[in-house]
Design a protein around this ligand. Sequence first.
Ligand code: PLP
Length: 412
Amino acid sequence: MTTLNISNIRTQFPALTRTVNGQPAIYFDGPGGTQVSNSVIDAMTEFMRRGGANLAPFFAAGAETIATAQAAREAMRDLLNAKRADEIAFGQNMTSLTFSLSRALSKTWQAGDEIILTRIDHDANVSPWLLAAEERGVTVRWLDFHPHDCTLKLESLAELLNERTRLLAITYASNAVGSISDVNQAVRIAHAAGVKVFIDAVHYAPHGQIDVQESDCDFLACSVYKFFGPHTGVLYGKYELLDELDAFKVRPAPALPPGKWETGTQSFESLAGVTAAVNYLASLGEGETRRAQLVAAMDKIKRYEMELSEQFLRESTTVVGLKVYGITDVERLDERTPTFAISLEGISPSELAARLGAEGIFVYAGHYYAVEVMRRLDLLESGGLVRIGFVHYNTSAEITRLIQTLENIREE
Ligand SMILES: Cc1ncc(COP(=O)(O)O)c(C=O)c1O
């Protein structure tokens, strides 16, 4: 198998030519949103330049819009390995889609039922369910994580399940500390107890392959702006479930999936970008089908990102006072994404992020909506942590510059 040609990849991302005070900017804020390739920009502008329309079969532009939406569904079907394209619904973002699904799903719950949420999840996979549970008189049980390496206590899942449990909402990977959950195992345990599983794959999607048929999850959501595309959310659901649940929709909207889950008019230019983003990823892999190319591409991305993680973890030990949260063992890199929450002694997270920003190194600070993670680590009140996240267009040289800059800041 070939490896990624990173310099070629970088030429496809115009944003990577940005400079700050004469120095190349370094985008280490991938977990907050990634940059897009020329092919994505072109697809979106082409849609608008040609003249889009609403979903109207009566004339050329409308028919093209229908085809644009269908192509995006097929693309996401390949990325997630869904059985059918109509198991894919689009929406404003993952948060909106999750609120919408939580309202529909919770209509099937009874007072006294239970759901399981995790302490490692982004709040978009917590609050919608908390609010729904409160409304329906449903009890929330929490799956904790190990504070020392920030991995989920999946071994405790079985104890939380009982005959009243209706749902497990779990993240594929933490947007704060990068830990990957064994979602296949989680689904097996939950399904054995007759419990539905909703997976938040927003953070995981740019880092590894997803296979909803293999995991057998009932629902999964992701967001295209986290994997090199535009700001659009994606909801996958098993067709029978999307079909039987009562979606909150306007009366004239389609009665069947996926239309019944898509509120109002979609961002069709974004859907053109969704297909281009998936095709960009597929272009990094080889294979007979787009799915095969995507699997190969995500495998290469994962291996390359593990190299970046190893370099970061090894070099970060040279910076006195630097603490990395989550998995730091270089033998366990396949259990984490290259997303690192760090602290540097003597400087607050927001100050450190601003100092790095001034040097052209873009990182985020705070809780990044992973409120439960920061609370569990007792860092919520003190301003959280600095988050440094790599994606496949980042380089070893950028990490070296990061470490050097951290060293300089510490010395000051
Ligand atoms: C893990 C995770 N879940 C959910 C979300 C929310 O996604 P969206 O912005 O599409 O609502 C984010 C956004 O940062 C995230 O990182």
